[in-house]
Design a protein around this ligand. Structure first.
Ligand code: APR
Length: 180
């Protein structure tokens, strides 16, 4: 599914984010930037050990939830990796939506800073961090649409969703934006 918003575009695809060929790939990282399972495991397996070495050296204090940091891509087919730290879902009253929006925004800001034409996101926080997928789709896609409004150069944002259920949730929200 592809939707144009002015000069920019959102694409949804089902697949494995670690295999994407695009300027920037977003990792669903943890605050220690220590690697993990899910998206984090897949990306580090493809990228190789240089990425953990780099993030350990450059970001010894890690990265708080709601923020993102950049590294080289290692052997991933991208120019940059952005390591975004989403919130752990704790029922919805602990600023979870705000923190999810914030880490998405930080990645979009990094994409502009590094002159990226395209950036691929996973469904941050919806796996090990248990954020309800419908709400995550609303926050993540909503933040992208808000960010697009302030852009003067085109940006392509691709969400790479692992399973059909997550794809469907994102597609329903994106569809609803077309008519809002
Ligand atoms: N490509 C795309 N999506 C994937 C992939 C993949 N290779 N593997 C898993 N997913 C999906 C999951 O199904 C889920 O919908 O990505 C979404 C996010 O899941 P997680 O990777 O578990 O990310 P998150 O919920 O943000 O949890 C982050 O998990 O791996 C650890 O170190 C990481 O502690 C951090 C936590």
């Amino acid at each position: 599914m592809k939707v144009q918003f002015g000069i920019s575009r959102v694409e949804l695809v089902q697949g494995d984010i670690s295999q994407q060929q695009i300027d920037a790939i977003v990792n669903a990282a943890n605050p220690e930037l220590s690697g993990g399972g899910g998206v984090d495991g897949a990306i580090h397996r493809v990228a190789g050990p240089s990425v953990l070495e780099e993030t350990r050296a450059r970001y010894p204090l890690g990265c708080p939830a709601g923020d993102a940091v950049v590294s080289a891509p290692g052997m991933a087919k991208a120019k940059f990796l952005f390591h975004a730290v989403g919130p752990v879902w704790r029922g919805g009253q602990q600023r979870e939506a705000e923190l999810l929006r914030s880490c998405v925004r930080r990645c979009l800001e990094l994409a502009v800073k590094y002159n990226c034409e395209g950036i691929a996101f996973p469904a941050i926080s919806t796996g090990a961090y248990r954020f309800p997928v419908d709400l995550a789709a609303e926050s993540s896609l909503g933040e992208v649409r808000t960010f697009f409004a302030g852009l003067t150069t085109p940006l392509m944002v691709r969400f790479v969703l692992f399973d059909a259920g997550t794809y469907g949730a994102f597609a329903r929200v994106l569809e609803s934006f077309v008519n809002r």
